[in-house]
Design a protein around this ligand. Structure first.
Ligand code: PEP
Length: 292
């Protein structure tokens, strides 16, 4: 009988090596156990429900059985149900934020149970625009994460350093502090419902994408923080996405990095063709070895 062994051949030069556990996908392409996850964040766009539904339909047409990843869209509240119908359950539609309260006098708040009641399972938390424009602190973001998880939902926790922190070589400590504060009190089991998005603030909406090497280095630091906090299983299974001006031109290089498990895409997720190309990124080469 012929046994087939697969080796993920990733060539990144000599700076590091990586031997991920591999799985064989139905289309015979191999990926690390963390299935890639490409997500869009529409922010305060588009301007009408009709435009949102149209954009979602067009994006959905790019998601096929051979797309190499899971997909999700984080969209403004008023568009959620229309967009859910437009993508016909092909992929989940998430919210861009929640407030960490269940009910009461919180005018304009949207709670996790409200979202669940319309079939939403995912929310962003900690996006840098929420941190800077709406004053959301690590402690507040931690309450959002905990409540989402308590309520049975999943959270994409965004972290990342400012340009000043980047220039002062503080990327590692900043990400470590944000991870530790925002994930405080979340158990190893609950981490199954957490994905992390590393988004350098200087790269969001600026057209300045981090190089694959820089992003890889920070993702590896973040994964080591998770390892220290939760152990190997959580560190090796948590998906860490990169966000910051990802485009069709930059996605393949980013996705070739061993610790980059996907992308959180702002601007380019408003263009169905661009986002479609990002969803259908070209995976790094895999080699198949046959051992008699
Ligand atoms: C974002 O909104 O999270 C983001 C990364 O935006 P952009 O892709 O436009 O930089």
């Amino acid at each position: 009988m012929i046994k087939t062994a697969y080796i993920l051949a990733i060539s990144f030069g000599s700076t590091f090596s990586f031997t991920p556990k591999v799985v064989l996908r139905p289309n015979n392409v191999l990926y690390a156990e963390r299935k890639p996850f490409i997500t869009g964040n529409w922010k305060l766009n588009p301007q009408t429900k009709d435009e949102a539904v149209q954009l979602a339909r067009e994006i959905s047409s790019h998601v096929t059985p051979s797309s190499p990843c899971d997909v999700a869209l984080f969209v403004p509240y008023p568009f959620i149900e229309g967009v859910q119908s437009a993508v016909i359950d092909k992929f989940p539609i998430g919210a861009e934020a929640v407030i960490p309260e269940l009910a009461g006098a919180f005018t304009a708040g949207i709670s996790p149970p409200m979202l669940q009641s319309i079939g939403v399972q995912w929310s962003l938390a900690g996006h840098s625009e929420r941190r800077t424009l709406f004053g959301e602190s690590d402690e507040y973001i931690n309450r959002q994460c905990k409540l989402l998880i308590e309520q049975g939902m999943s959270v994409m926790l965004c972290i990342g350093e400012t340009l000043e922190e980047f220039e002062k070589n503080l990327v590692g400590p900043v990400c470590e502090i944000q991870l530790k504060k925002c994930l405080a009190g979340i158990s190893e089991q609950e981490m199954a419902r957490v994905a992390i998005a590393y988004e350098p603030v200087w790269a969001i909406g600026t057209g300045k994408v981090a190089t694959p090497e820089i992003a890889q280095e920070v993702h590896s630091i973040c994964r080591n923080v998770l390892r220290e906090m939760y152990g190997d299983d959580v560190a090796d299974s948590t998906r860490i996405l990169y966000g910051g001006s990802v485009t069709p031109e930059s996605v393949d290089g980013l996705m070739a990095q061993p610790d980059i498990d996907g992308a959180l895409v702002g601007g380019a997720s408003l263009d169905a063709d661009k986002f479609g190309r990002i969803i259908n990124f070209v995976p790094s080469q895999v080699e198949q070895l046959q051992i008699a």
